[in-house]
Design a protein around this ligand. Structure first.
Ligand code: DLL
Length: 436
């Protein structure tokens, strides 16, 4: 059994863990582990064997990390077509857990974990939370949903592994969350940034000062959020808020995490994942520093290895700062959330950046795409702050549409409302009604 002191010596205090290893050591580890993963996938998952054979590559062709570019991509469509268990690389008797990601359409993707996979995942979430400012001995309220979604249980095991106390409230029931926060006095809270905003607003509406809670840090993720949203949450609760990234297909939360001391992007835990950035159009691998789509290869997963999984998340790779492992920039968008309005490409996060600057507005918003004749039409529904007059609302709408026109170059219809439902888990920022 790993004791709390051992966790301390690995992830805390002396900088001796793998996160601080030299680049050469990390590269050597990645080569050895990527080779194992390619062999494991090829010999145990029919899809990978077929795809490698069709591309004319074999795991033995892999000698250095750049060779990975010769291997085929994997995407969500492939995982869906193998629904439910076709991509598993071990017999079912070795699988201790299943999760699934709902996806917006059709079949979910089902992912599996062996006991070792759960151990590694818990270690990585513990490492992430530590980097994000949570400490052994803290009480941690987990508001990510528990169930097939990886957020709740993934965070839960990591909190325990860190040696902290988990308060598994799961998502929703905001009044109860606030009551528990008041009674149990947590030091840290984990959840989606949009839900954290809901909690903040509810406290204010109930006359509770959110800066008076026991909270010191928040570790938030599962959806894109801007620096402006971070400022709102940090100032609102009087906490440090850091960003946690992950996706079910690659593991769940804890693939990358922002460091509380630097808040300068998220360190990718490169001992377990190999990142590439590609041009989403051509599939070509781009050099570090250039923006594109993040592609991830798992390096240690047993039950569900993934080779060159296309995340659709847009970012760039940056050199390490707090750790020797490389970072990714905060993910501001997914390429499937891109809105093209009369030829101009834009993302919901660009609207968010403008919304958070206006104190009359709340960063609770939704982009609604519809058809006006043959043209695409975008309505931006945004919530206003409490206590606004009709005139305040009209002026705020005018300011916002002008700012959007000036800064992004598109015309949108702004609809300032008292409420915009963004859900209790991940906020759905884009509603596409064009085919209805
Ligand atoms: O959202 C896992 C997770 C849970 C991550 C809790 C962090 C915290 P999925 O439901 O499979 O898994 O969704 C994965 O969510 O490809 C991104 O588009 C988005 N996403 C996750 N974290 C972030 C983040 C979980 N920090 C998809 N910033 C990913 C931006 C994020 N987008």
């Amino acid at each position: 059994m790993t004791s709390v002191t051992e966790i301390h010596s690995t992830h805390i205090g002396p900088q001796t863990g793998i996160e601080y290893a030299s680049r050469d050591e990390i590269t050597a580890l990645q080569i050895a582990r990527a080779k194992n993963t390619l062999r494991h996938a090829y010999f145990n998952v029919p899809h990978y064997r077929k795809a490698f054979n069709e591309t004319g590559v074999h795991p033995d062709d892999f000698r250095e990390l750049s060779d990975l570019a010769n291997f085929p991509f994997t995407d969500k469509e492939i995982l869906r077509s193998e629904y439910p268990f076709g991509m598993f690389a071990v017999p079912q008797s070795q699988i201790v857990r299943l999760h699934a990601s709902s996806g917006t359409t059709g079949r979910p993707t089902v992912v599996a974990y062996t006991r070792n996979d759960i151990e590694n995942w818990s270690d990585l979430v513990a490492r992430s939370l530590r980097a994000g400012g949570v400490r052994a001995g803290d009480k941690v309220q987990v508001t990510f949903g528990y169930g097939l979604f990886t957020g709740g249980l993934g965070a839960h095991y990591g909190v325990e592994k860190l040696g902290a106390t988990v308060i598994p409230t799961s998502g929703g029931q905001t009044e109860r969350q606030i009551q528990i926060m008041n009674d149990f006095q947590p030091d840290a809270i984990l959840g989606t940034p949009s839900y954290m905003l809901t909690v903040l607003d509810r406290m204010r509406a109930d006359g509770v000062d959110p800066r008076e809670t026991s909270l010191r840090v928040g570790v938030m993720g599962a959806e894109p959020w801007t620096e402006g949203m971070r400022r709102d949450l940090e100032d609102g609760f009087g906490i440090d808020a850091t960003d946690i990234y992950g996706l079910s297909e690659v593991m769940g939360p804890g693939v990358a995490q922002e460091c509380v001391e630097t808040k300068d992007g998220l360190t990718i835990w490169e001992d377990h994942f190999y990142p590439e950035i590609i041009d989403p159009e051509t599939g070509a691998v781009l050099p570090d520093g250039e923006y594109g789509e993040l592609v991830l290869t798992s390096l240690t997963k047993e039950a569900f290895p993934v080779v060159r999984y296309r995340t659709h998340d847009l970012t760039r790779i940056l050199p390490g700062t707090a750790f020797s492992m490389r970072r990714i920039d905060k993910i501001s968008a997914r390429n499937d959330d891109m809105i093209i309005l009369r030829g101009v490409n834009c993302f919901p996060s660009q609207f968010e950046e403008i919304i958070v600057e206006d104190k009359t507005l709340r960063p609770r918003y939704q982009c609604i795409l519809s058809k006006r004749g043959r043209m695409d039409h975008l309505t931006l529904a945004v919530e206003h702050a409490p206590g606004c007059s009709a005139e305040d609302i009209t002026l705020a709408a005018q300011r916002l549409s002008k700012q959007i026109k000036d800064r992004i170059g598109v015309s949108v219809q702004v609809d300032v409302r008292e409420r915009v439902e963004s859900g209790e888990g991940k906020a759905k920022r884009l509603l596409d009604l064009r085919n209805q």
